[in-house]
Design a protein around this ligand. Structure first.
Ligand SMILES: N[C@@H](CCC(=O)N[C@@H](CSC(=S)NCCc1ccccc1)C(=O)NCC(=O)O)C(=O)O
Length: 208
């Protein structure tokens, strides 16, 4: 496995969960941060399979698509369930988290000024689905009894939402406990306290 390299913009964005997962799994990685002006020249964009970043390298393996990268790390680091049933549920939860991430991104990038308050008002209707799964599983994780890539993905999305609305988990005790426990994991705590993490804005347009 590795060496790992992330090529992305100087934001947390779609690499927040990937970085947190690698940190918690004790992995080191190289960061190639792309300036938007350089990106607009088009050469790098033309070399990307889907014309977008992040790009992830694991030795000679080159991957795009943030959720495919998470799944690859899940397979590499025993974070994809104990069997096929758990893996299927982890896939399902990751897809549900992607749905929320897309809703968040649409509000942030396309309708922040008019859409932030309605988004926050409707947010409990989405968070309650993850609260129910977390509460039912009873282990402190979404599926199984240890972190999967879906947990790192949810954790990153919830951290972003706590910046948007600091009280958004106040009525969701299982999610609030999940964020507290993930934040307290020593390698995650060290990464979240690092300048490498703190220097990056959450999103590419400065909104959060
Ligand atoms: N399905 C893909 C989506 C990748 C993606 O949206 N990448 C964005 C960046 S990630 C993101 S959250 N995009 C939202 C807006 C944004 C644009 C540019 C930079 C940063 C953020 C990108 O490469 N934009 C540049 C372009 O398309 O030419 C994935 O999950 O990796």
């Amino acid at each position: 496995m590795g060496p790992y390299t992330i090529t992305y913009f100087g934001v947390r964005g779609r690499c927040g969960a990937i970085r947190i997962m690698m940190a918690d799994q004790g992995q080191e990685w190289k960061e190639i941060l792309i300036d938007f002006a350089d990106w607009m020249k088009g050469d790098l964009k033309a070399s990307c399979v889907f014309g977008q970043l992040p790009k992830f390298e694991d030795g000679g393996l080159v991957l795009y698509q943030s959720n495919a990268i998470l799944r690859h790390l899940g397979r590499n680091h025993d974070a994809y369930g104990k069997d096929g049933k758990e893996a299927a549920h982890i896939d399902m939860m990751c897809d549900g988290i992607e749905d929320l991430r897309l809703k968040y991104g649409k509000m942030i990038y396309q309708e922040y000024d008019t859409g932030k308050d309605p988004y926050i008002k409707d947010l409990p209707n989405h968070l309650d689905k993850f609260e129910a799964v977390m509460a039912k599983n009873k282990t402190g994780f979404l599926v199984g009894d240890k972190p999967s890539f879906a947990d790192y993905n949810l954790f990153d999305v919830l951290l972003n939402h706590l910046v948007l609305c600091s009280s958004c988990l106040d009525t969701f005790p299982s999610l609030k406990s999940f964020v507290e426990k993930m934040s307290a994991r020593p390698k995650i705590k060290a990464f979240l306290d690092s300048d490498a993490y703190k220097k990056l804005p959450i999103n590419g347009n400065g909104k959060q």
